[in-house]
Ligand binder design. Structure first.
Ligand SMILES: [Zn+2]
Length: 223
């Protein structure tokens, strides 16, 4: 079954800082948006056979995992609370995704975090986990001893970027054309952007090797 982020989890408690400070020994992670970044967008209630990974995604995740990075999928699935599909049906999709990653790339995800909640009528999160809120990242970081400041969020929309920045991560926009609104603010500005997965691994590894986490990369989103 998918691990469902809940407003009753620790992330919902008042007084929790937006950016978790991390112990020295904590592990770095790459958080990956599912629909649009890792996979081609799926129709509601998609069959597992409809899974299509973005070109180069599996190879990139394998290369990132080989360096010791934890890989954690985070995904908004409001169709669960809207009754468009059941948790069992979604779990079948998740299992197929994880099976494909394992069999084709030898990749095992550290976690797979789902927000099942619906947004407000204006499209804003009504919970602490739906992106652009950072709850899924913070929850997974606490569960797996993740150093958020050394971690990345990879997504194809500025909501993903905002979630990553709010969690204290670096944020990489995989610009596949799915972002259409471009509501910009400092929190919605990616540290880096690229058009495909073949550039994701070099960007993240170069940043890791730089150690100093420079303020904004040369590939930062221009106004
Ligand atoms: Zn939620």
């Amino acid at each position: 079954m998918p691990r469902i982020a809940s407003t009753h989890d620790t992330i919902a408690r008042p007084g929790i800082p937006t950016v978790a400070r991390s112990p020295v020994a904590a592990r770095a992670a790459v958080f990956i948006d599912q629909d649009g970044a890792l996979l081609d967008p799926l129709p509601p209630n998609a069959e597992p056979t409809q899974l299509r990974f973005r070109p180069g995604a599996c190879e990139s995740l394998a290369a990132l995992a080989a360096t010791g990075l934890a890989l954690i999928v985070v995904t908004n699935q409001s169709g669960l609370s809207l009754g468009r599909f059941t948790r069992w049906e979604f779990s079948q999709l998740q299992a197929a995704l994880e099976r494909h990653l394992s069999q084709t790339a030898g990749v095992t995800l550290t976690d797979f975090v789902v927000c099942p909640h619906t947004p407000t009528p204006e499209g804003q999160p009504a919970c602490l986990c739906r992106t652009p809120a950072p709850g899924m990242l913070i929850r997974a970081a606490r569960a797996h001893h993740i150093d958020l400041a050394a971690s990345w969020m990879v997504g194809d929309t500025l909501d993903d970027i905002e979630a990553g920045r709010r969690a204290g991560c670096r944020a990489l926009l995989l610009d596949t054309g799915r972002e259409t609104e471009w509501r910009r603010s400092p929190l919605r500005t990616p540290h880096s952007r690229c058009a495909g997965w073949d550039a994701v691994t070099p960007l993240i590894l170069a940043d890791r090797h730089s150690q100093c986490l420079p303020g904004e990369s040369t590939a930062a989103l221009a106004d």
